[in-house]
Design a protein around this ligand. Structure first.
Ligand code: DP6
Length: 333
């Protein structure tokens, strides 16, 4: 039988979990420049490939846990979630990994300040903030690598949201997955800018979790992905070290489109793009052809994230007037 998340987590905790005291934590959202796509272990969320992201500074999730008198309660952006909702079930199942047989109901309040208009997934910042709050609530005092590995059990990309700046998530080799955790790259790139370009609305039909599973199981093209991801990650690290926007942008864009190619080659096919996404991609390419260095990346949804240097901000704003101040992120302040 393969190893369970309960047993991995328990091996890092005290024998018994003691009652907790109010705790609050924040974690940033992140955008992968070299994507995580495909798991080698579904139970522990262990990835097939390493990935690399940039965290979004003050944009993310703030989570507060307090002891509750009236049973477990989960709030999202101020709204009480019904017990059977998928959000409440995921949060409580994650808390249960740490609460174990302690009989202490909790109230969990999560607030996301990511502009809703950006259509960004919040599971990365959500699970990272929840993990940090749990660590404080039960006074576990776990170290950051362990916090990152445990956040990964909640959602893979959450392992990277434990840190700010550029972050690498190593795929790891250990059976218990504890070396599959993220680490920050000690680099500042003050001029680095991200534009969150929302082009289409509506809930996505297939979440990343099922999308990547379908790709791994049905797309022959996926076989080329692990080697490409490894190469791209090295190139992006090199580009970051040199602050080379052309190399970084080109590699990140090609990495994202290659990931989407594997999705399109799945069965049934997975195409997250809407006609508006394709139109926006052409606008990016036209702007680039006119001499403005701008690149795009996309996750499992229809929206684009633009990558560019601060010196091109005016040109980007002019070409994409729908970008508000909130949609423009300077990850290094
Ligand atoms: C396309 O981390 O949401 O955004 O581990 O199943 O929770 P689970 O998946 P998730 O997948 C993110 C996929 C991605 C690429 C990335 O962020 O690296």
């Amino acid at each position: 039988m393969s190893i369970t998340k309960q047993s991995v987590v328990a091996s890092f905790l005290p024998e018994k979990t003691m009652p907790g005291k109010t705790a609050e934590a924040f974690a940033p959202s992140n955008i992968a420049l070299c994507k995580y796509w495909g798991k080698r272990d579904v139970e522990l969320n262990l990835p097939i490939n390493a990935s690399l992201s940039i965290s979004l500074g003050e944009l993310g999730s703030r989570t507060k846990i307090t002891p509750s008198e009236t049973g477990d309660q989960v709030y999202l952006n101020g709204v009480l979630q019904s017990e059977g909702s998928s959000f409440a079930r995921k949060v409580i199942a994650f808390i249960d990994l740490f609460r174990r047989d302690l009989d202490q109901p909790v109230k969990v309040e999560t607030n996301n300040n990511i502009p809703t208009a950006a259509g960004l997934a919040s599971s990365a910042s959500g699970f990272a903030a929840l993990m940090l709050a749990i660590n404080d609530f039960y006074s576990f005092d776990l170290d950051q690598k362990v916090l990152s590995a445990f956040a990964r059990i909640g959602s893979g990309s959450a392992s990277r949201s434990i840190y700010q700046g550029f972050v690498q998530w190593n795929k790891g080799e250990q059976e218990d997955g504890m070396d599959s955790c993220a680490e920050p790259l000690a680099v500042d790139w003050p001029g680095f800018r991200i534009g969150l370009l929302k082009v289409a609305t509506g809930a996505k039909k297939i979440d990343s979790r099922s999308g990547m599973q379908r790709t791994v199981e049905s797309a022959d093209l996926y076989q080329s992905w692990p080697a490409q991801a490894e190469k791209d990650l090295n190139t992006i690290k090199h580009a970051i070290a040199e602050q080379n926007m052309s190399l970084l942008g080109q590699t990140a864009e090609q990495n994202a489109l290659s990931m989407h190619a594997t999705m399109i080659a799945s069965w049934p096919p997975l195409l997250y793009w809407q006609p508006e996404s394709v139109a926006a991609m052409h606008r990016v390419w036209e702007l680039r052809a006119s001499g403005v260095e701008i690149y795009l990346t996309m996750d499992a949804g229809p929206n684009l994230k633009l990558l560019f240097d601060a010196k091109n901000e005016a040109a980007v704003r002019e070409a994409f007037p729908e970008l508000t101040d909130m949609d423009l992120v300077a990850p290094f302040g």
